[in-house]
Design a protein. Structure first.
Length: 223
């Protein structure tokens, strides 16, 4: 499965089967996590067969079922933590989709105090992503239009449109799309509106934009 197809097929899944993550799938998932940690400096942890984090009232409110596997995103407390968790988390999410797994970004519908994640001094647990073999593959959700997600002066280049269309498919931690892409020549500025977890959403959307725009076009992110 190509990454473009993974973006299109991936939907939030909250109900999982009893099938364990093991064998080659587990090895490749762990490899993706190790690469993300190496490149980002985050401390992303895979918690397997651990039912406590999704055993409380918040998880029941979020309609989670059999969510016993999750990725815990911890890292040093700095201004880039949220965006890095979004960007590198989505890399793992799409890799998981390629491996036949289902996922759901979870900002609040779990018990932080019951998580099995090891939080080092100076770090914080920002969010988790449930992961496993879903009872189904989820359903597509309503999205904003590409016009609502971008701003350009003049003609919109094809590569920019492809990037925005890919960002349109990006999951957001609280089912919002409070991000916008602005084009100035060959420079793209990604902007997040105010609100909880919007910087996480921005990181997710930026990774999608990169995949959609591709490497062939000569463009760059604004500083």
């Amino acid at each position: 499965m190509e990454l473009q197809q993974a973006m299109e097929m991936r939907h939030s899944v909250r109900r999982y089967t009893d099938r364990k993550i093991e064998g080659e799938v587990l090895e490749r998932l762990q490899q993706a996590i190790a690469e993300a940690n190496r490149d980002s400096g985050l401390n992303i942890q895979l918690c397997l067969n651990e039912p406590d984090a999704f055993s409380g009232a918040m998880a029941r409110y979020g309609k989670f079922h059999n969510a016993v596997n999750y990725l815990a995103f911890t890292g040093k407390k700095d201004r880039d933590l949220d965006e890095k968790c979004g960007y590198y988390g989505e890399k793992i999410v799409l890799r998981a989709q390629q491996l036949g797994l289902n996922t759901c970004w979870v900002a609040a519908s779990y018990s932080k105090g019951k998580s099995a994640a090891v939080i080092k001094p100076g770090e914080k647990l920002l969010l988790v992503i449930s992961i496993g073999y879903g009872e189904n593959n989820g359903v597509a959700r309503k999205t904003k239009t590409t016009a609502q997600l971008c701003r350009t002066d003049g003609t919109m280049p094809e590569w920019f449109l492809r990037g925005v269309q890919a960002a349109q498919l990006a999951p957001t931690a609280m089912n919002q799309q409070k991000f916008r892409f602005e084009l100035d020549g060959q420079t793209v500025k990604a902007v997040a509106s105010l609100g909880p977890y919007t910087k996480v959403d921005l990181g997710i959307a930026k990774y999608h934009f990169e995949l959609g725009a591709g490497e062939a076009a000569e463009w760059q992110w604004a500083d």
